[in-house]
Design a protein around this ligand. Sequence first.
Ligand code: 5RP
Length: 227
Amino acid sequence: MLTQTQLKQNVAAAAMEFVLPLLTPSTVLGVGTGSTVDLFIDALAPHKHRFRGAVSSSERSSSRMAALGIPVFDLNEVQAMPLYVDGADEVDHELNMIKGGGGALTREKIVASVAERFICIVDESKRVQVLGKFPLPVEVIPMARESVARRLTALGGKPALREGFITDNGCQILDVSGLSIDSPAQFEAELNNIPGVVCCGLFALSGASVVLMSTQQGVRQLTKSSS
Ligand code: 5RP
């Protein structure tokens, strides 16, 4: 029986196999945040001479890549990005995701929006029928924390402030439990419209292009039609 760490290692290796043939000397990769991505970064480092560098979704990933000698670019310096590789906290059958467990959701959504394809790397514990068991992270402007919390409560959620946590953008996070998200894209749009919400951790208006899912039987490649 593989442990969750071994499953994460396997999917990081599979992501590397997926990415490697697509790298060129001018490629700038999008790289996300989290423990699975950390393993992907480690697998990427020996191949750093095969691509130009990366844009990352967090200070954490930027530091890890810089320490391993992978050039890290500011997103404003980059015109095109073929791939964005990142983990997720939940993935449904339509490849909609909840992300932001590590608090990097806003930068993740920004970098993902620039990439042509989002390659999501998860172990099978992240697969769900309906999104919402994992508390949905919502990044908020601090002065709007309570007004946003009231709106989230009115929508059926139970928001809780992520105590002692400030995002890379200087904002706060409300983790919203008690949700069962039947229409993820519609709900994402609704949350985006609340004044004071910087970003929500639902990735449904633009979900994953491919999910690499590590299972006890090996890594499965899921696309919308196959999942
Ligand atoms: C960070 C994220 C991560 O991708 C998500 O939390 C999964 O993390 P891990 O790979 O550690 O399970 O969205 O904001």
